[in-house]
Design a protein. Structure first.
Length: 848
């Protein structure tokens, strides 16, 4: 990976440094050397501009450039926070690699993914593709390790009697079922489809593309507008801005227009697409097509195969429309790097009807910031051209201009624009380009967003699964009905909306994926910066579905509790969005053959026969892991049950399983009706260790203390004597007295016991003297079997009490303090309840 990155990183660093100081651009390593010499580095140390260590130091140490010019750190503008974080992560990877550190498959996959993202950010698309190939090859190797036998053991989800497994009702598409991970990246690339290089027929073949594409309301509207515009309807909008979040489907929407403009016979398309095209006057005539993708267009110009040297974006547009003849119309403006003016209108008029698709314009424009020496022109030229192009498209019949601009958020100050995703914004330069492009395009363009959240579910279903037939639809209805009936039966255990008829309809629409899984993805996971909404959901779900398919999952729906986190590819796909330390937490406390949930299930057949604890742990992790940095961390109990329960489960067992998990897992938390995992270990182990260290005398002392509190209510007895050490401590009077025996002398039915022996001696004697009022004593003794349960509860209470008593020494966090307080309260209540259940034997003197 570093070998592929080194040359382009050198060029990138030289370019950025050169913009700020031309003297150091080509020899930027001198800045690193100067800094080290100030810190007394060896004079014979060499500095290679192709050394990844030196490159990544340059990107991550602000004081290298700041030492030359105070406050100068140009990479925060060129890379942004996202790029800086990638460079920091890669620097750690490089250091580990240089010191012969070992990398797990997950670590290697994460490093390659980060390297690919950094290369994409600096517009090194060829090198990014090279690293992507390495990453996908690693993924294939990892998938081979997860053979069918291993996957089947990892899945272990229960079936529901009377309901068909989802895999028998709605199989996935072949690329998902077989684990064809190159195809299942779901990263549509307009450039590769238009100019070659894309291998997935799901993108390159128009018919297959529409077969797998769910026609959302927005996409239906977009295609309808385009067809009407191509047919000469001047009322159809000429300029459209596809403004979406990163990974939100804008490129997919552009591909739809690309294929519609290809001029295929209408009968070749799927029926739904035929109906749409026909309703809008589709003629089947070919439309001239332009695809400009900013991160594939060099600001230094490009030499085409026909010998045409193109410098600017307007030169490229003219060449794609008309080849050499089209380029000739703007050749002077292209050579002079000046906007083409009327020549552009002439080009559009000559080659109408036409569709012009411009993707990643922000990425292209930001590379021109501060440069006046590039063939592509200046930064300001881009926006002059953008205004000219939008006006020309508006004034030319049959021309449709579609531009994608990343989603942004404008506050009350128009100069404060935050990109919807830092990876597309690309630092301060990218944000400036974004703001100025928006200002130009908004004046003319129709603003359009590809898909609503509700439609996103349908997009995923149609892309990943085959279409259901009549038999499948009947099975889907039966499954949806069975789930909602379960929710209605256990009304207190599930959210109110799950009991409504509308929820049954949701299950049918999202089948075979449970709506709760989609809700967690779009509400929690999509809030993570690296997660790419629809594209990220497709990538994750294809990995999960492949694992469940090969593992012969028997469950009726795919749920949060179904996700096999122990399998390598699923684990890697999820944890790439989280901190690395989550991997160890999953292994120990969530999923895997030796995890705490698996151990609990193995020890308790009631749980184990349905993998209950493991499924609950998966649901909690999946729903809560993205929330730990928020003020409202955790997943509500009803949501945990909703994401886990399958018809045939008894939700009442869930509480016991979660309690067991809380008692034993190191990173599991519960509080305020929510459950979550955290990166910081809880203090369960501390409390448990203290409980196990206690001597039995310490436990007895706590029991005696509590009995003394109970004895204050003496009822009809003259007195209550709690745990006397000897019979001499029990007065000999003619008043009825209750003697509660010490826990060390317990009783067992049908046998002589220490309690009976003590009671007999106390009845006969007081000290060494004979007792006169033998029939005035009643003895209360602990049940020997129940005493063990009481012992466990008391130890638990004392363990948590110890934690709170030593709060300062243990340096408890707020989370840990709250956990300890809640657990101590629960343990206190348990002890009080078991105390009454344990002291149940009344021993009364009887005349022989």
């Amino acid at each position: 990976m570093f070998q592929a990155m080194a040359p382009v990183l050198d060029d990138f660093i030289a370019s950025v440094i050169g913009q700020g100081n031309a003297e150091f651009g080509a020899v930027w390593v001198k800045l690193v050397q100067t800094k080290d010499e100030k810190n007394h580095a060896p004079s014979d140390k060499t500095y290679d501009p192709l050394d990844p260590q030196v490159q990544l130091r340059m990107l991550t140490e602000a004081n290298i450039t700041g030492g030359f010019k105070p406050g100068w750190y140009p990479f925060n503008q060129a890379l942004g926070k996202a790029g800086e974080s990638y460079a920091i992560e890669l620097r750690e990877v490089r250091n580990k690699w240089a010191h012969n550190g070992t990398f797990s498959d997950d670590d290697a996959y994460r490093a390659l993914d980060t390297g690919e993202r950094l290369l994409q950010l600096i517009a090194a698309t060829n090198e990014a593709d090279e690293v992507r190939t390495i990453r996908l090859n690693l993924r294939r190797v990892t998938a081979d390790k997860d053979d069918k036998k291993v996957l089947k053991a990892a899945v272990s989800n229960p079936e529901a009697v009377g309901l068909k497994p989802w895999r028998e009702v709605l199989p996935p598409h072949d690329d998902v079922a077989t684990g064809n991970f190159a195809a299942s990246e779901f990263a549509a690339d307009l450039y590769k489809v238009a100019f070659g290089g894309e291998q997935d027929a799901g993108y390159t073949d128009a018919v297959e593309f529409f077969r797998r594409t769910y026609l959302t309301e927005g996409l239906t509207d977009l295609i309808g507008r385009a067809v009407r515009r191509f047919s000469g309807d001047d009322n159809a909008p000429p300029v459209i801005n596809l403004q979406t979040n990163f990974g939100g489907g804008k490129t997919h929407s552009m591909l739809a227009l690309w294929h519609v403009a290809a001029g295929l016979p209408i009968g070749d398309f799927p029926q739904e697409t035929q109906d749409l095209l026909s309703a809008n006057g589709y003629t089947g005539a070919a439309v001239n097509r332009v695809a400009i993708v900013g991160n594939h267009l060099s600001p230094s110009g490009v030499l085409h195969d026909d010998g045409t040297q193109v410098n600017t974006i307007w030169g490229e547009l003219a060449w794609q429309l008309g080849g050499k003849d089209g380029y000739a119309l703007v050749s002077k403006a292209d050579a002079d790097r000046t906007h083409p003016g009327d020549a552009l209108r002439e080009v559009l008029a000559k080659y109408s009807p036409a569709v012009i698709l411009i993707d990643e314009w922000v990425a292209y424009a930001r590379s021109l910031v501060g440069r006046d020496d590039l063939a592509g022109g200046t930064f300001d030229d881009q926006f002059t051209f953008a205004q000219t192009l939008t006006e020309a498209a508006k004034g030319t019949s049959g021309v449709l201009l579609v531009i994608s601009i990343p989603a942004s958020e404008a506050g009350t100050d128009p100069n404060k624009i935050v990109a919807g995703n830092a990876e597309e914004g690309g630092g301060a330069h990218g944000l400036e380009a974004l703001k100025r492009l928006q200002n130009v395009v908004r004046r003319v363009a129709d603003q359009w967003r590809p898909a609503s959240s509700a439609e996103a579910y349908q997009i995923v279903r149609q892309r990943l699964f085959k279409q259901p037939d009549a038999a499948a639809l009947a099975s889907i209805s039966a499954t949806a009905r069975a789930y909602v009936e379960m929710y209605r039966k256990y009304t207190d255990d599930f959210p109110r909306e799950s009991r409504d008829g509308a929820y049954e309809d949701r299950i049918k629409r999202t089948y075979p994926v449970h709506p709760e899984l989609f809700d967690r993805l779009y509400e929690e996971w999509s809030s993570l910066e690296r997660f790419q909404r629809t594209r990220g959901v497709l990538r994750l779900m294809s990995t999960v579905i492949h694992a469940l398919w090969v593992g012969e999952d028997a469950a009726p729906l795919i749920m949060p509790g179904s996700i096999p986190l122990a399998t390598a590819n699923v684990n890697a796909e999820l944890t790439q969005y989280l901190q690395d330390s989550w991997k160890a937490i999953i292994d120990a406390d969530v999923d895997g053959p030796n995890s705490e949930p698996a151990l609990i299930d193995n020890e308790k057949p009631l749980f184990g026969q349905r993998s209950l604890t493991k499924r609950l742990a998966r649901t909690v992790f999946f729903g809560a892991a993205p929330t730990i940095g928020s003020a409202h961390k955790g997943l509500e109990t009803q949501r945990v049950f909703l994401g886990t329960s399958v018809p045939g489960d008894v939700p009442g067992n869930f509480h016991a399983a979660l309690t067991q998990l809380g008692d034993r897992a190191t990173y599991f938390y519960a509080g305020s009706g929510k459950y979550w995992y955290d990166l910081q270990a809880n203090i369960t182990r501390t409390a448990k260790d203290q409980a196990e260290r206690l001597h039995k005398e310490d436990v007895w002392a706590e029991i005696v203390r509590r009995l003394q509190g109970q004895a204050r209510t003496r009822g009809d007895f003259a007195a209550v004597h709690v745990c006397p050490d000897t019979n001499a401590d029990i007065p000999d009077t003619d008043e009825a007295r209750l003697v509660i025996l010490h826990p060390k002398v317990a009783h067992k039915r049908g046998t002589d016991s220490p309690a009976k022996e003590f009671a007999h001696k106390a009845t006969e004697h007081r000290g060494s003297a004979n007792r006169t009022n033998r029939n005035m004593l009643v003895f209360l003794a602990a049940d020997e079997a129940r005493l063990e349960e009481l012992d466990t509860a008391v130890r638990d209470y004392l363990g948590w009490a110890h934690v709170l008593a030593n709060e300062a020494d243990l340096d408890l966090t707020t989370n840990q303090r709250n956990q300890a307080t809640q657990r101590r309260t629960q343990a206190d209540q348990t002890v009080n309840g078991r105390l009454l259940q344990t002291f149940t034997w009344a021993l009364i003197p009887a005349q022989p």
